[in-house]
Design a protein around this ligand. Structure first.
Ligand code: ADP
Length: 316
C-alpha cells in the first residue's frame, strides 16, 4: 500500500517535489486539499488533480460513515485538561484534538494564561489529562504575535503539574510571528514539523492582532477577513490532518460599540463565524476569578462557569 505521495497515481517526481515544497507532504494532506489548490501549487491539469485527490481519499478510507461510527471516533478523541475541572466540564472534558478552540475576551481575561497552561498540560500522560502516551511525549507549538509568552510561567506551571520544568520547556516550540504573512508562513511550515515531532497542540496567541494592525478600519474589512479566513482554513486543515488541538486567542474590547460594523470585533467578537470549532468567551470577575462562557457550540450546551488564575496556573 502506497505510503508517500509519490506513490499516488498521477504524481510524478516533478509534481511530487512541487507538492512537498508547498506543504502537501502526506497522503492525508492531499486527501483534504481542493483540486484548485493542487493545480495552483503543482501546475498540473485539473483532471489530474481530481484523480490524485480521489486516489488519496480511497487510500485513507474517506467515505460515508454511519452516525454510530462517527460517535465512536469522537468518543476516542482525547482531550487536554485546562487545569480547571469547571472549565474542562464547560468544554465537554477539555480542549479537543481535530478542533479549533477560540478563547476570546478583553485584555487580562486569561487568554495567554490558558495558552501557557495547555502547552504544559498537553505533555501530561493521557490518564492525567494530557496526550503523552508512554514514552511518546506530546509537544506543543506556541506562535506568539504580541510578545506575551513567558518561559518563567511555563516553568512555574510545569513544576506545579509535576513535570520536569526543563524538559517541559524543551517540548514547547516557540515562534514569534512578526506580521500576518509570517504568521501564515509559520503555519504552512507546521505541516512538515507537526508529524515529525509528535506535536499535538498548536497555539496562536493572538490570531487576530497582526491582521487588525495591518488592515485597520472598515475600509480594509473585506481584505482582512479574507486573509484571516485563509489562515483559519490552514489551521483547521492542520488540526484535521494531524489530529492536533488548535487553540487561538482573540482580544476583543470591553466596549464593542467602538467596533461597530466590524464582524471580527462585533458583540461576542469571535472570529470563528462559520468555521467549525468551539468558542469560549472569557470575562474578568473579582480578583483572580474569571468567567468562561460557551458560545454557540455545535455539540456542547451553552453555559457559564468560573475558574481562577493562580501562581500554579489555571485552577477551579
Ligand atoms: P490576556 O487575556 O490579555 O491574554 P492573560 O492571560 O495574560 O490575559 O492574563 C493576565 C492575568 O493573569 C493577570 O491579570 C493576572 O491576574 C493573572 N496572572 C498572570 N500571572 C500570574 C501569576 N504568576 N500568578 C497569578 N496570577 C497571574
Amino acid at each position: 500500500r502506497p505510503r508517500s505521495i509519490a506513490d499516488l497515481p498521477g504524481v510524478g517526481p516533478t509534481t511530487a517535489s512541487k507538492l512537498v515544497e508547498a506543504g502537501y507532504t502526506t497522503i492525508e494532506a492531499i486527501a483534504v486539499a481542493t483540486p484548485e489548490e493542487l493545480v495552483s501549487v503543482a501546475g498540473i491539469p485539473l483532471a489530474t488533480a481530481h484523480k490524485i485527490i480521489k486516489a488519496a481519499r480511497e487510500l485513507l478510507d474517506i467515505r460515508f460513515k454511519t452516525a454510530k461510527e462517527v460517535k465512536m471516533e469522537r468518543m476516542n478523541l482525547k482531550k487536554i485538561t485546562t487545569g480547571s475541572s469547571n472549565l474542562d466540564e464547560l468544554l465537554g472534558g477539555g480542549v479537543e484534538t481535530k478542533t479549533i478552540t477560540e478563547f476570546f475576551g478583553e485584555f487580562g481575561s486569561g487568554k495567554s494564561q490558558i495558552s501557557h497552561q495547555l502547552s504544559v498540560n498537553v505533555q501530561l500522560p493521557t490518564d492525567q489529562g494530557g496526550l503523552t502516551e508512554g514514552e511518546n511525549i506530546a509537544k506543543a507549538v506556541y506562535i506568539d504575535t504580541e510578545g506575551t509568552f513567558r518561559w518563567e510561567r511555563i516553568e512555574q506551571m510545569a513544576r506545579c503539574a509535576g513535570l520536569d520544568p526543563e524538559l517541559a520547556m524543551e517540548n514547547i516550540y516557540y515562534m514569534r510571528a512578526v506580521n500576518s504573512d509570517h504568521q501564515m508562513a509559520v503555519v504552512e511550515e507546521l505541516f512538515g514539523l507537526v508529524p515529525k515531532e509528535n506535536i499535538r497542540l498548536v497555539v496562536v496567541d493572538s490570531v487576530t492582532s497582526h491582521f487588525r494592525a495591518e488592515y485597520p478600519g472598515r475600509e480594509n474589512l473585506a481584505v482582512r477577513q479574507q486573509k484571516l479566513n485563509k489562515h483559519l482554513h490552514q489551521l483547521s486543515r492542520l488540526a484535521e490532518i494531524y489530529n492536533v488541538a488548535v487553540v487561538i486567542t482573540n482580544q476583543v474590547m470591553a466596549k464593542p460599540d467602538v467596533f461597530y460594523g466590524d464582524p471580527t470585533q462585533a458583540v461576542g467578537g469571535h472570529v470563528l463565524y462559520h468555521a467549525p470549532g468551539v468558542r469560549v468567551q472569557l470575562k474578568k470577575s473579582r480578583g483572580n476569578k474569571r468567567i468562561a462562557r460557551m458560545v454557540d457550540a455545535p455539540h456542547l450546551p451553552e453555559g457559564e462557569t468560573v475558574f481562577e488564575i493562580t501562581e500554579c496556573g489555571i485552577r477551579d
